[in-house]
Design a protein around this ligand. Structure first.
Ligand code: PMP
Length: 426
C-alpha cells in the first residue's frame, strides 16, 4: 500500500472525509487523494517520493512557484520578530499601501484570514451601507462558504453536487438571487423589477470555480451599469484573479472599477490571507469608524503580511504577467493540438495565468450550463492518466488551472508530451 493510501486511511479516522477542504478528497475524479510532503518551483513531491509538475499551485497562490526563496526568507525573518501581536504593525501599513496602489478606486483595504472572510464581510458591508438585504450572484461562481453565498455555488460545492448546502436557513437563502453568468439581459430584467431592493452584485470577474469562464464582452460593463442605476454595490470577487490575471487584477484587464474588491490567495504568498477594500465612503462603514462589525485575532498577521509583500514584489517585476500569460497560452495550445490530433472533441479557455479545458464538442464555453454538459467520464480518465504521467491537475472538472513563473519550457513541453500520450489512450 502506498504511503498516501495509508495516510488517507488514517486521516479518515479523525478528519471528516480525511481532508480539511472537500475538493482535496478526489470526489470529482474518483480514487484516493495524493498526500504531499514538499514542493519546489513547479514541482510537488508526494509522500511516496513521486514528483509531479503542478498546475494547482495551492489553488492559485503559488504564482512564483513553490518555496520561492524570497518568500521563505521573508517568512523566516518575520517569524523571528514575533508570530503575532494582535496589535498594529508597520508591515500591515506597507501591505495596505501596496494593495491600494494597484487598484483604482480602492482607498481603504482591510486584511482578513481567508477569501471566505473577505467575501462574507464585503456582503455584510454592502448590506449595511445600502440598508438592503438582497444580493445577486451567479450560478457556478464560488465566493467562499458564508451562508448567503452557498446558494447555487461552484467549486467543491458543485463537485460534490451540493451547491445549496443544508444548514443555510431558507430565510437567509431567499435573499440570494442567482442568475446566469454572462447573461446581462437576465440581470437587467431582475433589476428592472426589484433593483431598489438589491444591496450588491457579487461576481467572479473571470469565473474560476466552474472551470475557467472569461466574461463576455459587455457583461462586466453591464453589471457596472445596473449597479450605477440602482444604487446596488458592485463587488468584484478577485480572490482568485487578483494579482493572478494581471497586477491590477481582472478589473484592470477589463477596465471596470468596482465599489468593493475582495482578494485572497496570491496576496498571502501561500499564507492564510484575504482582504476586502474599496471606496472610502463605503469602507468607512466598517468598525471601528462605522457600525458594520468585522474583526480578527490574527488579521494582518505579520508573518502572513511578510509572505504577501515578498510575493507582491515578485509579481511587480516588469513583464511578469505577459510572460505568465504566454506560458498558459502555450500550454492550452499544446493541449488543444494533442486533442485535435487524437480526434477528441476538446476546447480551452485562458486568461493570464489561469486556464481551463473542456471535453466538449462546443467550441466556445461561456456559460455554466455548457460546462455541465462536458464529458465528465472522459475528464476523469484523463485526470488519472495524467497523474500517472507525473502531472498534477485540479482534481475536478469545475476548477481552473494555474501556471507559475517557475514553469519553464521544459515543464510545459513535458506536460504537453504527456497530454499527447494520454489523449491517444482516451
Ligand atoms: N472567492 C473566490 C473567487 C474563490 O476562488 C475562493 C476560493 N477558491 C474564495 C472566494 C474563498 O476563499 P477561501 O478558500 O480562502 O476561503
Amino acid at each position: 500500500m502506498s504511503r498516501s493510501a495509508t495516510l488517507f486511511a488514517a486521516a479518515q479516522s479523525h478528519i471528516p472525509g480525511g481532508v480539511n477542504s472537500p475538493v482535496r478528497a478526489f470526489k470529482g475524479v474518483g480514487g484516493d487523494p495524493v498526500f504531499f510532503k514538499s514542493a519546489k518551483g513547479a514541482y510537488l513531491t508526494d509522500e511516496d517520493d513521486r514528483r509531479y509538475i503542478d498546475y494547482v499551485g495551492s489553488w492559485g497562490p503559488m504564482i512564483l512557484g513553490h518555496s520561492h526563496p524570497a518568500i521563505v526568507r521573508a517568512v523566516q525573518q518575520a517569524a523571528e520578530q514575533g508570530l503575532s501581536f494582535g496589535a498594529p504593525t508597520a508591515i500591515e501599513v506597507e501591505m495596505a499601501y501596496k494593495v491600494c496602489e494597484n487598484f483604482e478606486g480602492m482607498d481603504l483595504v482591510r486584511m482578513v484570514n481567508s477569501g471566505t472572510e473577505a467575501t462574507m464581510t464585503a456582503i455584510r458591508l454592502a448590506r449595511g451601507y445600502t440598508g438592503r438585504d438582497k444580493i445577486v450572484k451567479f450560478e457556478g461562481c464560488y465566493h467562499g462558504h458564508a451562508d448567503s453565498l452557498l446558494v447555487k455555488a461552484g467549486s467543491g460545492a458543485l463537485t460534490l453536487g451540493v451547491p445549496n448546502s443544508p444548514g443555510v436557513p431558507e430565510s437567509l437563502a431567499q435573499h440570494t438571487l442567482t442568475l446566469e453568468y454572462n447573461n446581462i439581459d437576465q440581470v437587467r430584467e431582475l433589476f428592472s423589477q426589484m433593483g431598489e431592493q438589491i444591496a450588491c452584485i457579487i461576481v467572479e470577474p473571470v469565473a474560476g470555480n466552474m472551470n475557467c469562464i472569461p466574461p463576455e464582452k459587455g457583461f462586466l460593463e453591464g453589471l457596472r451599469d445596473v449597479c450605477d442605476g440602482s444604487g446596488a454595490l458592485l463587488i468584484l470577487d478577485e480572490v482568485m484573479t487578483g494579482f493572478r490575471v494581471g497586477l491590477q487584477g481582472a478589473q484592470g484587464l477589463y477596465g471596470i472599477i468596482p465599489d468593493l474588491t475582495t482578494l485572497g490567495k496570491v496576496i498571502g504568498g501561500g499564507m492564510p490571507v484575504g482582504a476586502f477594500g474599496g471606496k472610502k465612503d463605503i469602507m468607512d462603514h466598517i468598525a471601528p469608524v462605522g457600525p458594520v462589525y468585522q474583526a480578527g485575532t490574527l488579521s494582518g498577521n505579520p508573518v502572513a503580511m511578510a509572505a504577501g509583500l515578498a510575493m507582491l514584489e515578485g509579481v511587480s517585476a516588469a513583464g511578469f504577467y505577459e510572460a505568465l500569460s504566454k506560458k498558459a497560452n502555450a500550454l492550452m495550445a499544446g493541449f488543444q493540438s494533442a486533442a485535435d490530433d487524437a480526434g477528441i472533441p476538446f476546447t480551452t479557455n485562458q486568461v493570464g495565468g489561469m486556464f481551463g479545458f473542456f471535453f466538449s464538442d462546443e467550441n466556445n464555453i461561456s456559460r455554466f450550463e455548457q460546462v455541465t454538459r462536458c464529458d465528465l467520464e472522459r475528464f476523469q480518465k484523463f485526470y488519472h492518466l495524467m497523474l500517472e504521467q507525473g502531472v498534477y491537475l485540479a482534481p475536478s472538472a469545475y476548477e481552473a488551472g494555474f501556471v507559475s513563473s517557475a514553469h519553464g519550457d521544459q515543464e510545459l513541453d513535458q506536460t504537453i508530451s504527456a497530454v499527447r500520450t494520454v489523449m491517444k489512450r482516451l
